[in-house]
Design a protein around this ligand. Sequence first.
Ligand code: PLP
Length: 731
Amino acid sequence: MNQLDRTVLLSSTYIKTGMTPQGLYDKCMSLANNLWWSWHPEVINMFRSLDPIRWRHLGHNPIALLQEFTPERLENRINELVLHTRIDQSYRRMREYFHTRPDWAKKYIGVLGSKPVAYFSLEFGVHESVPIYSGGLGVLSGDHIKSASGLGVPLVAVGLFYDQGYFKQHLDESGWQQEEYLDTMVEYLPLKTPLGKDGKTITVCVETRSGKIFARVRQMNVGRVNLYLLDTDLDENSPEDRQLTSRLYGGNVRTRIRQELVSGVGGVRALKALGITPGVYHLNEGHNAFATLEVIREKMHEDGMSFHDAFRQVAQCTVFTTHTPVPAGHDRFDAGLMEEHLGPLRDSLGIAAEQLMELGRVEPYNPHEPFCMTVLGLKLSRYANAVSSLHGHVSRLMWANLWPHRTEEEIPIGHITNGVHVPSWMSWQMKTLFERYLGVNWSQESIDPESWQGVYRIDPGELWETHNALKTMLISFARRRLSRQCRRRGEPDEVIEQTRNLLDPQILTIGFARRFATYKRATIILRDIDRLDKICNNPERPVQFIFAGKAHPADNPGKEFIRAIANLRHDPRFSNRILFIEDYDINVCRHMVQGVDVWLNNPRRPLEASGTSGMKAVLNGGLNLSILDGWWAEAYDGTNGFAIGRGTQHIDESITDERDCQYLYEVLENEVVPLYYEVDEHGLPNAWIKRMMNSFSTLGWRFSAHRMVADYVINTYLPAAGGVSCKMPAH
Ligand SMILES: *Cc1c(COP(=O)(O)O)cnc(C)c1O
């Protein structure tokens, strides 16, 4: 290039951006400051390319990354990579996103326009760099608000700000789970301090019989949705209460009721201080059900209503979602804890202690029954739902005693099956392939079944190639993580060296990752270890497994399961066939669901309310192999994945477990493995690829969070807000 050309090129870049280094830096920062970036691969790739190694080390946190640059260094780097246009385009797309109203919203949101939905959840899993979630419930909340943003549903979200979040997991030499809590680098989170109507920062106060708890309100922006997070780490609080919101699910039952008091009652007060008047309250799980009592109090004090009238009005605008049939998943508090924490609020409601307890009891007059948050949620909502069709049935039976004179069909608990946020979980490689065959107008966000039928037009060879590229990326990721795990444990160099060659991209790869609760039966496949050996080490048709997942810190049986799997690495039959990736989080999940051939799920039916990780695998060409429980009970049609067993259970758990274990081996040996290795002369497993296409076309739109949020709007939010009245989906 001659001098003249170079000058022209440089000045044209300058003219195009017309920006000072500081201006450019600010533009990048504003991209980093709204979590909108986290579901836009072109923005993620832009951040990553600034410094790929630091990007990884900083946990994919763009604010932390940008803070390592001065504006001048950033500009140099951007010039070097010729990123100006991409940054401008991303920035313009983001602005456009905020300034246009989606067509869906124009058509459907009606009365919600003036009174938004307030969505309460104890955790939000938006991205791995914002550690305020523990698992499935949090990721579901994150996906819910992203889709609400995408559809343009007026919604604000309320939760707690945890400065340590959930624990980091690593295993010691014996394979036993160790938990470590790290302080989050708060200055690297996209946090804002919202101001109240009076222009001041907002602190709310909740009185208890044993003193006041103060919480300040923080804010994060997730696309068009404002997420408000309450944080008790304030000078005004006792040292104990300062730590109240440090950890998710840490502490004892007293910590728990105080957290729920802050998020529920404090959350409603925060919205008030922000000048937000919700038209609908959506309680995602019973955790936040105290919010309803505070809204009743507001109505009594401001509108002069009686307790009973306020109660009815609040129930009318409350939507409640229950998430688990496992009894331990429903918080229960004794009368002493209730009086200590709800006493002052109860005084303002003008009701007796016993009357309050009755609101949380299945048998109102049973003095021995503790207060259950789910019962409060059910009594105080006109719209209650479970999270899959089967879970709806199970929940109606589970809570039937609340409506002793009704038959199952008359019990007012419907269902809206969960879904996942497609732009967050579909790899950009797969998205690009779809766009290439179905046109750039093909939208991941479409909930029109028709738009997913185009998958059959994709060339099978290319679909297979894309899938295998993703699988290779998963295997590199697994090797990197295993090497890091071995280094941390101080293992010899030759062991670390071996991790470079772990796994084989040619082999059928099965993933299993979820919370290690014992009912999920992670170890069921180890029951007949010789049979598993034959499956894994069949010379023509081998199989390999990748496991991940955390056990609750107090769940020793769950930790035993982890140990049993992790220690297979010492068994020469499995050392290169079964491995365990530590510290399951959104990042590990993303790699796994995008790269596996098969996603395995074998819970004890019917305890899996929905499950969502299998839906994420669908979006990337993974096939589900699952017990007919949760979402899979309604999703499986015989052609779009594999079923373990026939959707039955025995009253004796051990018989159920033994049968399911046999079913699992049989379906692996007779269906999954043969289908995968049945290839044509070009090496393509055509029947398998057909099944991948069936999976995309029947499940992609149906188990998306956009479909889920649309269902919530039409069947619950609108009628709760006093708009058109619709029925819950038939059950
Ligand atoms: C999606 C997800 C889950 C939920 O998956 P299940 O199928 O319900 O187990 C849990 N944890 C993380 C990190 C996830 O991304």
